[in-house]
Ligand binder design. Structure first.
Ligand code: ASP
Ligand code: MG
Length: 401
Protein backbone atom coordinates (compact mmCIF):
# COMPACT_ATOMS: atom_id res chain seq x y z
CA UNK A 1 0.00 0.00 0.00
CA UNK A 2 1.03 3.58 -0.58
CA UNK A 3 -0.05 5.77 2.32
CA UNK A 4 0.07 9.58 2.51
CA UNK A 5 0.10 10.83 6.10
CA UNK A 6 -0.20 14.52 6.92
CA UNK A 7 0.60 15.96 10.34
CA UNK A 8 -0.35 19.48 11.41
CA UNK A 9 1.67 21.95 13.44
CA UNK A 10 0.58 20.76 16.90
CA UNK A 11 1.54 17.19 15.99
CA UNK A 12 5.17 18.22 15.40
CA UNK A 13 5.38 21.06 17.92
CA UNK A 14 8.33 19.67 19.90
CA UNK A 15 10.96 16.93 20.04
CA UNK A 16 8.72 14.44 21.82
CA UNK A 17 5.91 14.90 19.29
CA UNK A 18 8.31 14.68 16.36
CA UNK A 19 9.45 11.28 17.62
CA UNK A 20 5.83 10.26 18.21
CA UNK A 21 5.02 11.04 14.56
CA UNK A 22 8.19 9.34 13.36
CA UNK A 23 7.19 6.16 15.21
CA UNK A 24 3.68 6.16 13.78
CA UNK A 25 5.07 6.46 10.27
CA UNK A 26 7.64 3.75 10.90
CA UNK A 27 4.90 1.34 12.05
CA UNK A 28 3.30 1.58 8.61
CA UNK A 29 6.68 1.38 6.90
CA UNK A 30 7.60 -1.77 8.82
CA UNK A 31 4.43 -3.46 7.55
CA UNK A 32 5.90 -3.10 4.07
CA UNK A 33 3.95 -0.01 2.99
CA UNK A 34 5.29 2.91 1.01
CA UNK A 35 4.97 5.96 3.26
CA UNK A 36 4.82 9.59 2.15
CA UNK A 37 4.63 12.12 4.99
CA UNK A 38 3.48 15.74 4.64
CA UNK A 39 4.24 18.17 7.44
CA UNK A 40 3.20 21.65 8.53
CA UNK A 41 5.48 24.08 10.32
CA UNK A 42 6.06 23.32 14.00
CA UNK A 43 3.43 24.68 16.41
CA UNK A 44 2.60 28.31 15.72
CA UNK A 45 5.79 28.93 13.78
CA UNK A 46 3.99 30.33 10.74
CA UNK A 47 2.37 32.97 12.96
CA UNK A 48 5.77 33.79 14.43
CA UNK A 49 7.16 34.29 10.93
CA UNK A 50 4.33 36.71 10.18
CA UNK A 51 5.14 38.67 13.34
CA UNK A 52 8.82 38.81 12.39
CA UNK A 53 7.96 40.05 8.92
CA UNK A 54 5.53 42.71 10.17
CA UNK A 55 8.10 43.94 12.64
CA UNK A 56 10.38 44.77 9.70
CA UNK A 57 7.72 45.95 7.25
CA UNK A 58 4.02 46.16 8.08
CA UNK A 59 3.20 45.60 4.42
CA UNK A 60 5.71 42.97 3.26
CA UNK A 61 5.84 41.98 -0.44
CA UNK A 62 3.86 38.76 -0.90
CA UNK A 63 6.70 37.08 -2.77
CA UNK A 64 9.03 37.61 0.15
CA UNK A 65 6.38 36.39 2.60
CA UNK A 66 6.23 33.09 0.72
CA UNK A 67 10.00 32.89 0.68
CA UNK A 68 9.91 33.31 4.45
CA UNK A 69 7.00 30.92 5.05
CA UNK A 70 8.70 28.01 3.31
CA UNK A 71 11.39 27.76 5.98
CA UNK A 72 8.75 26.71 8.54
CA UNK A 73 7.78 23.54 6.69
CA UNK A 74 11.39 22.95 5.62
CA UNK A 75 12.46 22.92 9.25
CA UNK A 76 9.82 20.29 10.14
CA UNK A 77 10.68 17.89 7.32
CA UNK A 78 14.43 18.04 7.93
CA UNK A 79 14.01 17.42 11.67
CA UNK A 80 11.59 14.56 10.97
CA UNK A 81 14.08 12.89 8.60
CA UNK A 82 16.71 13.22 11.33
CA UNK A 83 14.37 11.65 13.88
CA UNK A 84 13.65 8.68 11.61
CA UNK A 85 17.34 8.32 10.88
CA UNK A 86 17.99 8.25 14.62
CA UNK A 87 15.40 5.46 14.89
CA UNK A 88 17.31 3.52 12.25
CA UNK A 89 14.90 3.97 9.34
CA UNK A 90 15.97 5.45 6.01
CA UNK A 91 14.09 8.70 5.30
CA UNK A 92 14.55 11.71 3.06
CA UNK A 93 13.03 15.19 3.23
CA UNK A 94 12.04 17.07 0.08
CA UNK A 95 10.75 20.60 -0.42
CA UNK A 96 8.38 21.79 -3.16
CA UNK A 97 11.31 22.56 -5.44
CA UNK A 98 12.94 19.16 -5.09
CA UNK A 99 9.69 17.30 -5.70
CA UNK A 100 8.66 19.79 -8.27
CA UNK A 101 5.26 20.74 -6.99
CA UNK A 102 4.12 23.13 -9.72
CA UNK A 103 1.63 25.82 -8.71
CA UNK A 104 -0.09 28.88 -10.15
CA UNK A 105 1.73 32.18 -9.77
CA UNK A 106 -0.29 33.94 -7.07
CA UNK A 107 1.83 34.41 -3.97
CA UNK A 108 0.08 33.57 -0.73
CA UNK A 109 -2.84 31.82 -2.40
CA UNK A 110 -1.43 29.57 -5.11
CA UNK A 111 -3.13 26.44 -6.42
CA UNK A 112 -1.27 23.23 -7.21
CA UNK A 113 -1.25 22.56 -10.96
CA UNK A 114 0.87 19.47 -11.33
CA UNK A 115 3.20 17.31 -9.26
CA UNK A 116 6.19 15.48 -10.71
CA UNK A 117 6.16 12.07 -9.07
CA UNK A 118 9.47 10.71 -10.38
CA UNK A 119 11.71 11.73 -7.52
CA UNK A 120 9.21 10.55 -4.90
CA UNK A 121 8.74 7.20 -6.64
CA UNK A 122 12.47 6.78 -6.93
CA UNK A 123 13.00 7.36 -3.20
CA UNK A 124 10.12 5.04 -2.32
CA UNK A 125 11.64 2.33 -4.51
CA UNK A 126 14.81 2.67 -2.48
CA UNK A 127 12.62 1.90 0.57
CA UNK A 128 12.84 5.38 2.05
CA UNK A 129 10.12 7.21 3.91
CA UNK A 130 9.62 10.39 1.91
CA UNK A 131 8.85 13.51 3.96
CA UNK A 132 7.50 16.47 2.02
CA UNK A 133 6.91 20.11 2.96
CA UNK A 134 3.23 21.01 3.09
CA UNK A 135 1.73 24.37 2.11
CA UNK A 136 4.26 25.28 -0.61
CA UNK A 137 4.59 25.22 -4.37
CA UNK A 138 6.86 26.54 -7.10
CA UNK A 139 5.53 28.84 -9.82
CA UNK A 140 6.59 29.39 -13.43
CA UNK A 141 9.15 32.00 -12.37
CA UNK A 142 10.80 29.35 -10.18
CA UNK A 143 9.68 31.23 -7.09
CA UNK A 144 8.23 29.64 -4.01
CA UNK A 145 4.51 30.13 -3.47
CA UNK A 146 2.22 29.11 -0.61
CA UNK A 147 -1.28 27.68 -0.80
CA UNK A 148 -3.00 29.85 1.83
CA UNK A 149 -3.16 29.31 5.58
CA UNK A 150 -3.82 25.69 6.49
CA UNK A 151 -2.73 24.63 3.00
CA UNK A 152 -0.75 21.54 4.04
CA UNK A 153 -3.96 19.50 3.93
CA UNK A 154 -4.24 20.40 0.27
CA UNK A 155 -0.64 19.36 -0.37
CA UNK A 156 -1.41 15.95 1.14
CA UNK A 157 -4.54 15.41 -0.94
CA UNK A 158 -2.82 16.58 -4.12
CA UNK A 159 0.02 14.13 -3.47
CA UNK A 160 -2.41 11.30 -2.73
CA UNK A 161 -4.18 11.99 -6.02
CA UNK A 162 -0.98 12.30 -8.05
CA UNK A 163 0.56 9.16 -6.56
CA UNK A 164 -2.74 7.21 -6.68
CA UNK A 165 -2.25 6.52 -2.98
CA UNK A 166 -4.30 3.81 -1.28
CA UNK A 167 -4.94 5.97 1.78
CA UNK A 168 -4.71 9.62 2.76
CA UNK A 169 -4.66 10.26 6.50
CA UNK A 170 -4.87 13.76 7.96
CA UNK A 171 -3.59 13.84 11.53
CA UNK A 172 -4.52 16.72 13.77
CA UNK A 173 -4.98 17.51 17.48
CA UNK A 174 -8.67 16.55 17.60
CA UNK A 175 -10.23 13.11 17.17
CA UNK A 176 -11.96 13.94 13.91
CA UNK A 177 -14.92 15.93 12.62
CA UNK A 178 -17.57 16.73 15.22
CA UNK A 179 -21.29 17.48 15.04
CA UNK A 180 -20.37 20.91 16.48
CA UNK A 181 -17.40 22.62 18.10
CA UNK A 182 -17.01 20.67 21.38
CA UNK A 183 -15.86 23.86 23.11
CA UNK A 184 -19.25 25.43 22.40
CA UNK A 185 -21.67 22.51 22.39
CA UNK A 186 -21.44 20.16 25.35
CA UNK A 187 -23.05 17.14 23.65
CA UNK A 188 -20.97 17.39 20.49
CA UNK A 189 -20.16 13.96 19.10
CA UNK A 190 -17.46 12.75 16.74
CA UNK A 191 -18.79 11.66 13.38
CA UNK A 192 -17.67 8.34 11.90
CA UNK A 193 -18.26 9.59 8.39
CA UNK A 194 -19.12 12.74 6.45
CA UNK A 195 -19.59 13.22 2.73
CA UNK A 196 -17.29 15.48 0.69
CA UNK A 197 -20.11 17.98 0.23
CA UNK A 198 -20.90 18.14 3.92
CA UNK A 199 -17.22 18.51 4.76
CA UNK A 200 -16.89 21.24 2.18
CA UNK A 201 -19.73 23.20 3.73
CA UNK A 202 -18.37 22.59 7.22
CA UNK A 203 -14.82 23.60 6.20
CA UNK A 204 -16.10 26.75 4.53
CA UNK A 205 -18.25 27.56 7.56
CA UNK A 206 -15.13 27.62 9.65
CA UNK A 207 -15.23 24.19 11.31
CA UNK A 208 -11.45 24.48 11.14
CA UNK A 209 -10.47 20.84 10.72
CA UNK A 210 -9.60 20.77 7.03
CA UNK A 211 -8.48 23.34 4.46
CA UNK A 212 -11.53 23.67 2.21
CA UNK A 213 -9.52 23.36 -1.01
CA UNK A 214 -8.23 20.00 0.20
CA UNK A 215 -11.82 18.77 0.38
CA UNK A 216 -12.62 20.13 -3.10
CA UNK A 217 -9.59 18.33 -4.45
CA UNK A 218 -10.40 15.09 -2.62
CA UNK A 219 -13.90 15.15 -4.10
CA UNK A 220 -12.63 15.89 -7.58
CA UNK A 221 -10.13 13.05 -7.58
CA UNK A 222 -12.09 10.67 -5.33
CA UNK A 223 -9.42 10.62 -2.64
CA UNK A 224 -10.97 9.11 0.49
CA UNK A 225 -9.70 10.93 3.58
CA UNK A 226 -9.52 10.02 7.19
CA UNK A 227 -9.18 12.77 9.80
CA UNK A 228 -7.79 11.54 13.11
CA UNK A 229 -5.68 12.49 16.10
CA UNK A 230 -1.91 12.12 16.19
CA UNK A 231 -2.09 11.93 19.97
CA UNK A 232 -4.20 8.75 20.27
CA UNK A 233 -5.24 5.77 18.14
CA UNK A 234 -9.00 6.52 17.98
CA UNK A 235 -10.72 5.75 14.69
CA UNK A 236 -11.25 9.27 13.34
CA UNK A 237 -13.73 10.48 10.72
CA UNK A 238 -13.85 9.23 7.14
CA UNK A 239 -14.57 11.80 4.42
CA UNK A 240 -15.92 10.21 1.25
CA UNK A 241 -18.74 10.11 -1.27
CA UNK A 242 -21.88 9.13 0.62
CA UNK A 243 -24.12 6.26 -0.40
CA UNK A 244 -27.81 7.20 -0.28
CA UNK A 245 -28.56 5.22 2.87
CA UNK A 246 -25.68 6.73 4.75
CA UNK A 247 -26.70 10.31 4.16
CA UNK A 248 -27.67 11.83 7.45
CA UNK A 249 -30.39 14.40 7.64
CA UNK A 250 -28.20 16.80 9.54
CA UNK A 251 -24.62 15.99 10.41
CA UNK A 252 -23.40 19.17 12.03
CA UNK A 253 -23.95 22.68 13.34
CA UNK A 254 -21.40 25.41 12.72
CA UNK A 255 -21.15 29.08 13.64
CA UNK A 256 -19.25 31.95 12.10
CA UNK A 257 -18.90 35.02 14.32
CA UNK A 258 -16.50 36.84 11.98
CA UNK A 259 -19.39 38.11 9.97
CA UNK A 260 -21.01 41.53 9.66
CA UNK A 261 -24.36 42.66 8.28
CA UNK A 262 -24.62 45.70 6.02
CA UNK A 263 -28.10 47.14 5.36
CA UNK A 264 -28.62 49.80 2.68
CA UNK A 265 -31.97 51.51 2.98
CA UNK A 266 -33.71 53.44 0.22
CA UNK A 267 -31.84 52.43 -2.91
CA UNK A 268 -33.53 53.29 -6.22
CA UNK A 269 -35.89 50.55 -7.36
CA UNK A 270 -34.65 50.28 -10.95
CA UNK A 271 -32.65 47.82 -13.09
CA UNK A 272 -28.91 47.62 -12.51
CA UNK A 273 -28.81 48.67 -8.87
CA UNK A 274 -27.79 45.27 -7.51
CA UNK A 275 -25.27 44.94 -10.31
CA UNK A 276 -23.65 48.32 -9.56
CA UNK A 277 -23.58 47.64 -5.84
CA UNK A 278 -22.08 44.16 -5.92
CA UNK A 279 -19.78 44.97 -8.82
CA UNK A 280 -18.23 47.81 -6.83
CA UNK A 281 -17.74 45.47 -3.88
CA UNK A 282 -16.24 42.73 -6.07
CA UNK A 283 -13.80 45.18 -7.63
CA UNK A 284 -12.58 45.90 -4.12
CA UNK A 285 -12.21 42.17 -3.42
CA UNK A 286 -14.98 42.17 -0.85
CA UNK A 287 -16.63 38.76 -0.70
CA UNK A 288 -20.35 38.71 -0.04
CA UNK A 289 -22.20 35.91 1.66
CA UNK A 290 -25.95 36.19 2.33
CA UNK A 291 -28.03 38.66 0.29
CA UNK A 292 -31.55 39.91 0.92
CA UNK A 293 -33.52 42.39 -1.18
CA UNK A 294 -36.79 43.87 -0.03
CA UNK A 295 -39.86 44.31 -2.20
CA UNK A 296 -39.80 47.71 -3.89
CA UNK A 297 -42.13 50.40 -2.61
CA UNK A 298 -42.57 53.99 -3.75
CA UNK A 299 -39.61 53.70 -6.11
CA UNK A 300 -37.13 52.52 -3.48
CA UNK A 301 -35.87 49.20 -2.13
CA UNK A 302 -33.46 47.97 0.55
CA UNK A 303 -30.58 45.53 0.12
CA UNK A 304 -28.97 43.75 3.05
CA UNK A 305 -25.93 41.51 2.83
CA UNK A 306 -23.30 39.92 5.02
CA UNK A 307 -19.53 39.93 4.57
CA UNK A 308 -16.44 39.21 6.63
CA UNK A 309 -16.19 41.51 9.62
CA UNK A 310 -12.73 42.65 8.43
CA UNK A 311 -14.28 44.00 5.20
CA UNK A 312 -17.31 45.73 6.72
CA UNK A 313 -15.90 49.27 7.06
CA UNK A 314 -14.44 49.19 3.58
CA UNK A 315 -17.76 47.91 2.20
CA UNK A 316 -19.54 50.86 3.82
CA UNK A 317 -17.09 53.29 2.25
CA UNK A 318 -17.25 51.72 -1.22
CA UNK A 319 -21.05 51.83 -1.15
CA UNK A 320 -21.16 55.42 0.07
CA UNK A 321 -18.81 56.41 -2.76
CA UNK A 322 -20.69 54.63 -5.54
CA UNK A 323 -24.40 54.42 -4.72
CA UNK A 324 -27.36 56.69 -4.05
CA UNK A 325 -29.47 55.72 -1.01
CA UNK A 326 -31.09 57.05 2.15
CA UNK A 327 -29.09 55.39 4.91
CA UNK A 328 -26.66 52.58 5.62
CA UNK A 329 -26.27 50.50 8.75
CA UNK A 330 -23.38 48.17 9.64
CA UNK A 331 -23.87 45.63 12.45
CA UNK A 332 -20.83 43.66 13.59
CA UNK A 333 -22.57 41.91 16.48
CA UNK A 334 -24.06 39.16 14.38
CA UNK A 335 -23.28 35.48 13.86
CA UNK A 336 -24.15 33.03 11.14
CA UNK A 337 -25.30 29.67 12.45
CA UNK A 338 -25.65 26.84 9.95
CA UNK A 339 -26.75 23.25 9.81
CA UNK A 340 -25.24 20.93 7.22
CA UNK A 341 -26.54 17.57 6.07
CA UNK A 342 -26.47 15.63 2.81
CA UNK A 343 -29.88 14.10 3.59
CA UNK A 344 -31.58 17.50 3.53
CA UNK A 345 -31.93 17.41 -0.24
CA UNK A 346 -34.51 14.65 -0.02
CA UNK A 347 -36.27 15.56 3.23
CA UNK A 348 -38.81 18.27 3.92
CA UNK A 349 -39.07 20.15 7.17
CA UNK A 350 -35.42 20.37 8.14
CA UNK A 351 -35.32 24.16 7.97
CA UNK A 352 -38.61 24.39 9.89
CA UNK A 353 -37.18 22.24 12.66
CA UNK A 354 -34.12 24.48 12.92
CA UNK A 355 -36.33 27.59 13.08
CA UNK A 356 -38.44 25.91 15.75
CA UNK A 357 -35.34 25.33 17.90
CA UNK A 358 -34.58 29.04 17.67
CA UNK A 359 -38.20 29.99 18.39
CA UNK A 360 -38.15 27.78 21.52
CA UNK A 361 -35.19 29.84 22.70
CA UNK A 362 -36.84 33.10 21.68
CA UNK A 363 -33.96 33.89 19.32
CA UNK A 364 -34.82 36.19 16.43
CA UNK A 365 -33.73 35.28 12.90
CA UNK A 366 -32.50 38.26 10.91
CA UNK A 367 -31.56 36.65 7.61
CA UNK A 368 -31.81 33.19 6.08
CA UNK A 369 -29.90 31.52 3.27
CA UNK A 370 -29.82 27.97 2.01
CA UNK A 371 -27.98 25.60 -0.30
CA UNK A 372 -28.98 22.05 -1.19
CA UNK A 373 -27.34 20.70 1.93
CA UNK A 374 -27.17 23.73 4.24
CA UNK A 375 -29.47 26.16 6.04
CA UNK A 376 -27.90 29.29 7.55
CA UNK A 377 -29.44 31.94 9.74
CA UNK A 378 -28.09 35.26 10.88
CA UNK A 379 -28.72 36.04 14.55
CA UNK A 380 -27.38 38.35 17.26
CA UNK A 381 -23.90 37.22 18.20
CA UNK A 382 -24.63 37.04 21.92
CA UNK A 383 -27.04 34.17 21.23
CA UNK A 384 -24.57 32.05 19.26
CA UNK A 385 -23.85 29.28 21.75
CA UNK A 386 -27.43 29.09 22.97
CA UNK A 387 -28.61 28.73 19.38
CA UNK A 388 -26.03 26.07 18.57
CA UNK A 389 -26.94 24.00 21.62
CA UNK A 390 -30.67 24.33 20.98
CA UNK A 391 -30.33 23.22 17.36
CA UNK A 392 -27.92 20.43 18.28
CA UNK A 393 -30.46 19.13 20.84
CA UNK A 394 -33.43 19.53 18.51
CA UNK A 395 -31.86 17.24 15.92
CA UNK A 396 -30.51 14.96 18.69
CA UNK A 397 -27.05 15.18 17.12
CA UNK A 398 -25.36 14.11 20.34
CA UNK A 399 -26.98 10.69 20.14
CA UNK A 400 -25.44 7.75 18.35
CA UNK A 401 -27.28 7.13 15.07
N1 ASP B 1 2.01 26.22 8.30
C1 ASP B 1 0.92 26.70 7.49
C2 ASP B 1 -0.08 27.48 8.33
O1 ASP B 1 0.10 27.61 9.52
C3 ASP B 1 0.26 25.63 6.69
C4 ASP B 1 -0.48 24.59 7.48
O2 ASP B 1 -0.33 24.50 8.69
O3 ASP B 1 -1.24 23.84 6.87
O4 ASP B 1 -1.03 27.99 7.81
MG1 MG C 1 -4.81 22.81 9.59
Amino acid sequence: MLIVKKFGGTSVANKERIFNVAKRCIEDYNKGNDVVVVLSAMGKYTDELIDMAKDINENPPKREMDMLFTIGEQMSVALMAMAMNKLGVPAISLNAFQVAMHSTSVYGNAKIKRIDCERIRHELQNRKIVIITGFQGVNKYDDYTTLGRGGSDTTAVALAAALHADACEIYTDVDGVYTADPRKVKNARKLDMVTYDEMLELATLGAGVLHNRSVELAKKYGVQLVVRSSLNTNEGTIVKEGAKMEKMLVSGVAADVDTARVAIIGLKDEPGVAFKLFNALAKNNINIDMILQSIGRQGTKDITFTCNIADADEAEKVISDTMEFQSIDVDKNVAKVSIVGAGMQTNAGVAAKMFEALYDENINIRMISTSEIRVSVLINQKNTERAMNAIHDKFALGEEK
